[in-house]
Design a protein around this ligand. Sequence first.
Ligand SMILES: [Zn+2]
Length: 138
Amino acid sequence: MDYQGHADGSAKAYSLEEHGPSFQLSPHFRLIEFASRDGADTVLVHPALIDALEAIREHFGKPVHINSGYRTKSHNRAIRGSRNSRHTMGLAADIDVRGVHPDTVADFAETLQPGGLGRYHTFTHVDVEGVSRRWDER
Ligand SMILES: [Zn+2]
């Protein structure tokens, strides 16, 4: 998987209406899975984020569920996300892997790339900002 190769580019912008919700971004992820939960048409997704999630999918051999991918700034404010959240740039996803403990998911995600990693009780935050920020909210 090609994380480093994508690390410097910016997120790509997709349109739910133009591409369709089922637009396949990669073998296991569709556009709608990354969409802002406020129903915005534009969806920002960084290719390196998709690569990271595919690597997690491949490693565990189980579906990766995206609780929160891209967030518009207003949606991020509404759910009280942190200011300048990587989610608003298409660089982050909060995920859980069916049947796998979040600690185990985080331990593997930590080996992938130099992006940010947040540990939570029920999910794992993965981002591809290129700075190794680590935090623990368990
Ligand atoms: Zn997050």
